[in-house]
Design a protein around this ligand. Structure first.
Ligand code: IPE
Ligand code: IPE
Ligand code: MG
Length: 244
């Protein structure tokens, strides 16, 4: 689809949900659903950058996802450890930097933490776009961690209370990214599940009833058309002179 006359969100968030149900519908294991979801992500993310989106944040594994079976958690951790490097190389062509949000510590396996650090280092000089991958991530956790960083700076006399603002609070989050303009959650669930709470304050939200492995380029086109119909007011009033 031609995006020429369309508004393109600067920062898109995707809660990639429904891998398990996609697989179940096909009589396959949940693992196959995660594999299919990852394959879809590779194609979809390249398409999204090619349309002019600068920042893409994706929810890959929440702090709460550790409640799942050991088998499923191990499968996902192996996928991150073994497949992310290739993905990062593939994004080189698009000059996209990869960063991770979330706590890089146990229960994340050391192998995954090592890969995350290596990828951040390898891609740090890429300048055309950012892929923010949320792993061992929680929105509450992120805000609490930011509060701790700020408190320590204030305690040590390096930051004064008056210098903490809504704008520079972003600086203390896991990654210093712009606010999210457009959030897509696949699978039909209408909830945020602890995803990027601070950055989502004025995001437009879109909840297609389609599982993530099936959310392809055409589905993204449809999402962008829906985004273009939204009237983003940010608390203001569009036409000040009517309806008094
Ligand atoms: C999202 O798909 C991927 C992760 C949470 C890692 P799910 O695994 O949640 O799939 P459903 O929601 O069970 O279908
Ligand atoms: C959110 O999906 C987390 C990811 C997509 C990684 P979940 O499937 O974990 O969310 P709930 O449990 O349905 O809220
Ligand atoms: Mg789910």
């Amino acid at each position: 689809m031609d995006y020429k006359d369309l508004k393109i969100p600067n920062h898109v968030g995707i809660i990639m949900d429904g891998n398990g149900r996609w697989a179940k519908e096909r009589g396959m294991s949940r693992s196959k659903g995660h594999e299919a979801g990852f394959e879809n992500l590779k194609k979809l993310s390249e398409y999204i950058y090619s349309k002019g989106v600068k920042v893409l944040s994706i929810y890959a594994f929440s702090t709460e996802n550790f409640k799942r079976s050991k088998q499923e958690v191990d499968f996902l951790m192996n996928l991150f450890e073994n497949k992310f490097k290739e993905y990062s190389n593939r994004l080189k062509e698009k000059n996209v930097k990869i960063v991770f949000s979330g706590k890089k510590e146990a229960p994340l396996p050391n192998g995954v933490i090592r890969i995350m650090n290596e990828i951040e280092e390898d891609t740090k000089d890429r300048t055309d776009g950012i892929l923010n991958i949320c792993i061992n991530y929680g929105g509450h956790l992120e805000i609490v961690e930011a509060t701790k960083k700020i408190s320590a700076l204030v305690r040590d006399g390096k930051l004064s209370l008056d210098d903490i603002t809504e704008e520079n609070f972003y600086h203390y989050l896991f990654q210093d990214l712009p606010p999210i303009d457009f959030l897509i959650r696949t699978s039909g669930e209408i909830r945020i599940s602890n995803f990027m709470l601070y950055q989502l304050s004025y995001a437009e939200m879109y909840f297609p009833k389609i599982y993530f492995p099936a959310f392809d380029e055409d589905c993204f086109d449809e999402a962008i058309l829906a985004y273009n119909k939204r009237d983003r007011r940010f608390g203001g009033i569009k036409d000040e002179n009517t309806n008094h």
